[in-house]
Design a protein around this ligand. Structure first.
Ligand SMILES: [Cu+2]
Length: 434
């Protein structure tokens, strides 16, 4: 069974909340659903509409589950995947169920989860549930809590969720190298009672109209034979780079939640233009109201989860981008200076005339690096509308304008993607000789 390439925009259709009657194997293992594209999938509505407002994973999807008695059963398959980083560029990463990062797992506090994990990699793996209180034997550290899951094996993890919040699933067998290959996914546990202010750690987050899951990571790309070493790392957002990262959309006045995690090797900071971000929760629970502050930039430490919120302000196209200074010879800097296409061209011989999407706005090239996308705020937007509304049309008076010119401006060359052409890059596993 495959999740078809659904058009988020055209269909507006929703995947079923549970796998109805999936084929059950000899071991009672549910089918593993796969996504075959990096297209953002519609939110997976809960069986009871009032249970929670589902999240949307940017350029990703939510994993359907099977109900079996008291258990919600999921099936993750760790495997090599070919992930489109941006139009025209495909990277060979490791992921789950066809994509990297893996699909988001969504449930309600108190739900009992049984997660089957099948290893289709060339080496052992495990799954650790970062931030979730699980029995130590379920904590997923290979060698300590369990034997590593060998290639070809399937393990079952079982635990009852106690907290609500934002958590991660990621390997803890050769953990750092496997993370750098793209193995990770988000777990979102919604509060059981959205109205009650009991002991729930999410009670300070009563609700957001839009709830996005964004995992930041960094990868080393292998150079082509005969080319100089690739500047690294290349930072990605849900294993996508600008201009391949979907826009986040919101209606004016809506509360927007960004469930952010950083799987990369160092901290990054993110800036949102035109808005104030407030960290409402971390991977350990809600931040008390008295300890919060608003800022245009937030820190995202390595390995950490941060849940940032903002209220969508005036209509416009606002930048959400990595605020780290450049100047080092990294893939990010190359992309920032010359655009994604030039970065790829410089690294890979076959890409000399690769027309990878270069990243243009309505007024020219956008040279902001790969960790960059837009928050598109519009005055009128239906609650379930996540379509990219196109470019914002600012009135003449509300736009910066040239008032004097000393000479001719440099022409900007526009690289248009050519249909059917794409480049594939190998991702270098740390510690390997590639
Ligand atoms: Cu900025």
């Amino acid at each position: 069974m495959r999740v078809s390439r659904r058009n988020f925009i055209a269909s507006g259709a929703l995947m079923g909340a549970a796998m109805a009657g999936g084929r059950v194997g000899a071991a009672g293992i549910p089918d593993a659903l796969r996504a075959d594209s990096a297209r953002m999938q519609p939110p997976l509505l809960p069986a009871t509409a009032s249970a929670y407002r589902p999240v949307v994973t940017l350029n990703g999807w939510t994993l359907p589950f099977r109900r079996n008695g008291a258990w919600n059963e999921f099936h993750l398959v760790a495997e090599p995947v070919a992930r489109e980083l941006a139009p025209g560029l495909v990277a060979h990463l490791w992921g789950y169920n066809g994509q990297s990062p893996g699909p988001t797992i969504e449930c309600v506090a108190g739900d009992k989860l049984r997660v089957f994990v099948t290893n289709r990699l060339v080496e052992p793996t495990t799954v650790h549930w970062q931030g979730l209180a699980v029995p130590s034997g379920m904590a997923g550290l290979g060698g300590l809590a369990q034997p590593p899951i060998a290639p070809g094996e399937t393990y079952a993890y079982e635990f009852e969720t106690q907290q609500s919040g934002t958590f991660l699933y990621r390997p803890h067998a050769d953990a750092r190298a496997q993370a750098a290959m793209g193995l990770a996914g988000a777990i979102v546990v919604h509060p059981r009672d959205r109205t009650q202010c009991g002991a729930d750690r999410d009670r300070a987050q009563p609700g957001a109209s839009r709830d996005y899951v964004i995992l930041v990571n960094a990868h080393a790309l292998a150079p082509a034979r005969g080319r100089p070493a690739m500047p690294t790392p290349l930072w990605t957002c849900n294993s996508r780079i600008f201009p391949g990262i979907d826009a986040l959309v919101a209606a004016t006045g809506e509360r927007v939640r960004l469930r952010l995690a950083n799987l990369g090797p160092s901290g990054v900071s993110l800036e949102l233009h035109g808005h104030a971000l407030t960290v409402a929760a971390t991977g350990g629970g809600a931040v008390p109201e008295s300890a919060r502050w608003a800022d245009s930039v937030i820190d995202l430490p390595a390995g950490a989860v941060r849940v940032a919120e903002f209220t969508a302000g005036s209509a416009g196209d606002w930048a959400l981008h990595c605020a780290l200074p450049g100047g080092f010879e990294s893939a990010d800097d190359a992309a920032a200076r010359h655009g994604t296409a030039a970065l790829i061209r410089s690294a890979v011989r076959e890409a000399r005339d690769l027309p990878a999407a270069a990243g243009f706005g309505p007024y020219g090239p956008i040279a902001m690096g790969p960790l960059f996308t837009f928050v598109k705020v519009r005055d009128a937007l239906a609650a379930d509308d996540y379509r990219d509304p196109g470019w914002f049309q600012a009135t003449h008076a509300a736009r910066a304008r040239m008032v004097a010119s000393a000479g001719a401006t440099a022409p900007s060359r526009r690289a248009e993607p050519v249909a059917g052409r794409q480049l594939e890059v190998k991702v270098v596993k740390p510690g390997s000789r590639a």
